[in-house]
Design a protein around this ligand. Structure first.
Ligand SMILES: NC(=O)c1ccc[n+]([C@@H]2O[C@H](COP(=O)([O-])OP(=O)(O)OC[C@H]3O[C@@H](n4cnc5c(N)ncnc54)[C@H](OP(=O)(O)O)[C@@H]3O)[C@@H](O)[C@H]2O)c1
Length: 330
């Protein structure tokens, strides 16, 4: 994807996230200045035109129609080549998550893993760099740029020392969110950029924690409810979250019905041992598995990525004891 096209996607993201109207069509120009003053609404349709001000696609403009939550069909190819159109089809669905968040009154999530053919995301010792290819790294940074926040668990913070920035692409660094303990080592995040670091957990807050910590109510198993984390983030204006593991955290989000879209980048390698991408309690029958109500397979360089919408998505958190939220400033 060219820089100009990617900047167009970022500009569309900004426009779509500002409107409360239903958006069904996207209209992009391959060339010309990017200007989003052309956000035009009709009754149930908004055309997003870049650079021309036209309500309908002009020669040279592509015209993509949203056919479901994950799919855009190409109605007019415009000046775009196949690779550019494929990129648009890959990223346009995520521009609509802020509207979904407003409907659900919680932040929406896209979870991502790079996994082996046998479903492993790290070796037994926790080594995972890099299971994905270079294109997957760029993809992950694009997704960070398209989301308001990136969320990881305390285990990944300790193991990978991630920065969680968008250094490989244009865009704004996301807010960093960690589910875990306030007293962990946050230096890799603190040194990477100035975006806030929100931490959610069940532990008592230490007064001098270097992050913005909120204690949430414990579930009986001694952990926080994932939907409550997303409601708390929504309350802070965060509508989209890129969930980057590890397996303990993402599995809990999946079981809580708090993963709206799952991306599994499949690498051509076999581990034969190691950490599984998802870790659920054993199930007895196949029909107890989490199924996907819609899915696609997207190219990622010379490999592919499964993208699916789980069937068990929850809008609201179950009733829990009164929150003992204790927000703390840096
Ligand atoms: N291949 C990939 O795409 C990928 C991506 C990410 C990570 N990884 C790998 O995954 C491994 C780490 O995974 P992991 O499963 O051990 O760690 P993790 O999921 O990153 O973190 C687990 C920890 O986060 C906290 N936590 C998560 N959910 C919570 C909840 N609902 N309530 C309260 N606390 C919660 C807990 O911390 P406390 O126990 O401190 O309370 C828990 O022990 C590393 O090896 C990393 O390299 C691979």
């Amino acid at each position: 994807m060219t820089n100009g096209l990617w900047n167009g996607v970022l500009a569309m993201r900004a426009a779509v996230s500002r409107t409360t109207q239903p958006v069904h069509f996207a209209c992009l120009s391959a060339a010309g200045d990017v200007s989003l003053n052309e956000l035009l609404s009709a009754e149930k349709v908004i055309y997003i035109g870049l650079g021309t001000g036209a309500h309908k696609p002009l020669p040279g403009q592509a015209y993509l129609q949203k056919t479901d939550a994950l799919r855009f069909s190409i109605r007019k190819r415009g000046d775009f080549d196949t690779v550019a159109l494929q990129c648009l089809q890959t990223y346009l669905p995520y521009l609509f998550l802020p509207q979904m968040a407003d409907q659900m009154e919680r932040a929406c999530t896209v979870a991502h893993f790079a996994q082996s053919l046998d479903g492993k995301i790290a070796t037994e010792s926790g080594h995972s760099k890099w299971i994905g290819n270079d294109e997957n790294l760029v993809h992950a940074h694009r997704m960070r740029a398209l989301c308001d926040a990136v969320l990881i668990g305390g285990g990944t913070l300790a193991c990978d020392r991630p920065r969680l920035t968008v250094r490989h692409v244009a865009g704004e660094h996301p807010v960093r969110v960690v589910v875990g303990r306030p007293e962990a080592d946050y230096n890799s995040l603190l040194q990477a950029c100035d975006q806030p670091i929100f931490v959610y957990g069940t532990a008592e807050a230490r007064v001098n924690a270097p992050v913005d910590y909120t204690r949430l109510p414990d579930l009986p198993e001694g952990r926080v409810c994932s939907v409550r984390v997303l409601q708390a983030l929504y309350g802070r204006g965060i509508r989209t979250v890129y969930l980057e593991g590890g397996p303990t955290t993402t599995s809990r989000f999946l079981q809580d019905g708090a993963v709206d879209i799952l991306q599994l980048h499949i690498s051509p390698m076999l581990f034969g041992s190691g950490m599984g991408a998802v870790q659920f309690a054993p199930i007895g029958k196949v029909d107890e598995a989490i199924a996907f109500r819609s899915f696609t397979f997207e190219p990622v360089g010379d490999t592919m990525m499964f993208v699916g919408i789980p069937e068990n998505i929850q809008q609201a958190a179950p009733v829990a004891p009164a929150a003992t939220a204790t927000p703390k400033s840096k």
